[in-house]
Design a binder for this molecule. Structure first.
Ligand code: NOJ
Ligand code: CA
Length: 674
């Protein structure tokens, strides 16, 4: 199917009006009138004040740039401005819903820089669920080399807030989250999520990062409510480099009345451009298993030898298990040569299988069983080497019929000295994304740059890690249940998370004698900090169009609960957050065709979830199959105890489910067949 040739776009209203006036104050209002932006130009300083439901939430303090050579682009007069309105509904290739409403009002202001008469365009957008702005330095006579020393976007949050944040880190996004007042959140990664004491929720992020460096937010000295956009610099150099023209990502503020609305918001996707791929028929979301957790547990190795995980025989074992159990994909890590050299320059070979792994045979075998192989490119951060081999590597996979590749960047990046989130790496990741599209390859990026909604434009960018994921439970003190109850509202705002949930051998005892320590963070007491039902629930709570069931086949085989993972959809027609408190609990209902999947998790505290089934169509009977924590379950002492129940329900029912400390539940509702 050609996505562009059969568009589902419905443009309800497309109205542009330009009013070329020289005014000092302009007002922009979202389609429903609930988000209002007042732009002003006073004493040559541009600024805005944004209100949500009648109350001011964000006020800009400064706008513009400082460029190399002590060149400030911060004092302006106004050339002109134009208003634009868009009413649109677009169809997703995959996602949390099959259609997304994209309604907004936009104000484009052409500013004239008072020092050198250069034009800077400031675009402001008001959506019903938030606000965003971006800058553009268009091509013009007196602009050539643009070297950004500082993006001067500073803003103040109005009111009193608590916030969920992780430390900004130019090397990794795999961090713990903290819930504190603003005072402690001195330098934070985005998405940065906040709650005002009158229950306004805000999440600050960026959208459409292309040829620019990633942003973090730095608190202004002496004012805990004020932050400045801080860009990850080039090695020993400026923050952003451009020639002739420059366009920043959108700086986005999602506003919500309740935490669940943050998860349901499509603001970040809507700020990206429509799909640029003509044919998307090859893009297929899927659940998958893989030769993966066994290496993290230290049962097998990525490197060849007695314990090598990626052997032909082991791969076929996973393929057989997938084929028999409604799992569509099998990831194979450690299939290629070079792992012994991990950490060295040019370590990995991206085309040569190890002697004990027959790539062609494995792919053929998978095809005969209707299973997709998910290829793997670990780069160790050596992007220079990866770029050299990229065409050959993608073309090999594509010739073999491998359409999904997991990439990884575990190590310090090259070119030497560059930071993981600077413009150099942004260019690399986006180049890989575009080239993968050319070869009809879907991507699952580990150690990524932060997601910014580019999947709308390139839907082959399926999912990414960029979170302290499941692997940490195999070889470190691990992740607490409050971590997974926080990330849907923080990291999840950026896009799909390849957290790799679904571990059933919670205390990691099944392979105890067989494990070898390989990671220095492993203190010999690792386990997964949740109940089994919580692991099951994460498969639905944490959205990813490529969703891994991460445990080993033998650990699933012994559990009836595994039936909930078989044939699990990974793209949804509708998503509704039913209950949520950030860092405490969340219950999400997702629809696929006429079936509903409802899952809930809690943090370290037990709770009773109330599942109001009013989202079901009226007058239709549903069979509800529920997997929940057993009455004596507890993530600390008895994590694997669960019960499965079945009953018939209708839309007026309210189900009450008790979740153990660190617990969860998973409910599947199918209409009763007549
Ligand atoms: C880190 C990734 O997050 C993990 O999934 C992968 O198995 C290892 N690197 C090895 O590539
Ligand atoms: Ca990782």
């Amino acid at each position: 199917m050609s996505f562009l040739k059969k568009p589902f776009l419905v443009i309800l209203l497309f109205m542009t009006k330009s009013i070329f006036v020289y005014a000092k104050s302009e007002t922009l209002v979202s389609p429903a009138g609930n988000v209002k932006v007042i732009f002003s130009l006073e004493n040559a300083r541009a600024g805005f004040d944004v209100s949500f439901n009648g109350k001011s939430v964000v006020r800009s303090i400064s706008l513009g740039f400082v460029l190399e050579g002590n060149d400030s682009l911060t004092k302006f007069s106004m050339n002109s401005c134009s208003y634009f309105e868009k009413r649109n509904t677009w169809k997703t290739v995959w996602g949390q819903s099959s259609e997304i409403v994209e309604n907004y009002s936009e104000l484009k202001i052409s500013l004239n820089d008072l020092t050198q008469n250069r034009t800077l365009i400031l675009s402001l957008r008001a959506y019903n669920d938030g606000f965003a702005f971006r800058y553009e330095i268009p091509a013009q006579e007196n602009v050539h080399i643009i070297h950004v020393i500082s993006e001067e976007s500073r803003f103040a949050l109005v009111g009193k807030y608590s916030c969920w944040w992780s430390w900004a880190d130019y090397g990794t996004l795999e961090k713990q989250y903290y819930h504190t007042s603003l005072d402690s959140a001195k330098h934070v990664a985005v998405p940065f999520t906040l709650r005002r004491n009158d229950d306004v929720y805000v999440s600050i992020h960026e959208a459409a990062i292309d040829d620019y460096s990633s942003m973090t937010l730095k608190q202004e000295e002496g004012d805990a409510n004020s932050y400045k956009v801080n860009l990850v610099p080039w090695a020993f150099s400026v923050q952003v480099k451009a020639v002739d023209s420059l366009r920043t990502p959108w700086r986005a503020f999602i506003f919500a009345k309740k935490p669940g609305d943050l998860i349901e918001s499509n603001l970040i996707l809507n700020l990206n451009e429509p799909c640029k791929l003509e044919d998307v028929s090859w893009i297929k979301p899927m659940n998958y298993i893989g030769i993966w957790w066994e290496m993290h547990l230290g049962i097998s190795t990525w490197t060849p030898g007695d314990r090598h995980g990626a052997t032909t025989e082991n791969a076929k074992r996973y393929i057989d298990f997938a084929a028999a159990n409604g799992i569509k994909g099998v990831l194979i890590e450690g299939w290629n040569t070079g792992w012994e050299e991990w950490g060295k320059k040019d370590a990995f070979d991206f085309v040569t299988p190890t002697a004990d792994f027959d790539l062609k045979d494995v792919v053929e075998y998978a095809r005969s069983k209707g299973v997709e192989i998910i290829g793997h490119h670990e780069t160790g951060g050596d992007t220079e080497s990866y770029e050299k081999h990229l065409e050959a590597a993608f073309s090999l996979y594509s010739k073999l019929g491998i359409h999904v590749v997991k990439t990884g960047y575990a190590g310090s990046v090259t070119p030497e000295g560059e930071l993981h989130h600077g413009q150099c790496m942004v260019r690399h990741y986006n180049k890989v994304m575009r080239l993968a599209a050319k070869y009809h390859i879907m991507l699952d990026v580990h150690e990524p740059i932060v997601l910014s909604g580019l999947s709308r434009t390139y839907p082959n960018l399926m999912t990414a890690e960029g979170v302290r994921g499941m692997e940490w439970n195999a070889w470190s003190e691990g992740n607490m249940p409050s971590h997974t109850a926080t990330i849907p509202f923080t990291r999840g705002i950026a896009g799909p998370i390849d957290y790799t949930p679904g571990i059933f051998d919670i205390d990691l005892s099944a392979h105890k004698g067989d494990r070898m320590k390989w990671n220095s963070l492993d203190k010999g007491n690792t386990s997964v900090h949740s109940t089994l039902s919580n692991q099951l629930a994460l498969m639905v709570v944490l959205y990813s169009p490529l969703q891994m069931a991460a445990d080993l086949p033998e650990n699933y085989e012994k559990h009836p609960a595994f039936e909930f993972i078989k044939n699990l959809p990974t793209t949804w027609d509708e998503t509704h957050v039913r209950e949520a408190a950030i860092g405490e609990y969340v219950t999400i209902a997702r629809r696929s065709s006429d079936a509903w999947y409802v899952a809930g998790i809690t943090n370290e505290h037990a709770r009773e979830a109330e599942i109001d089934l009013s989202f079901l169509p009226k007058g239709v009977g549903f069979t509800a199959r529920l997997c929940k924590d057993a009455p004596d379950a507890d993530y600390q002492g008895n994590p694997e105890a669960y019960v499965i129940e079945e009953k018939n329900v209708i839309s007026t029912d309210i189900l009450r489910v008790t979740l153990a400390p660190g617990g969860g539940f998973f409910l599947i509702l199918h209409p009763v067949k007549k």
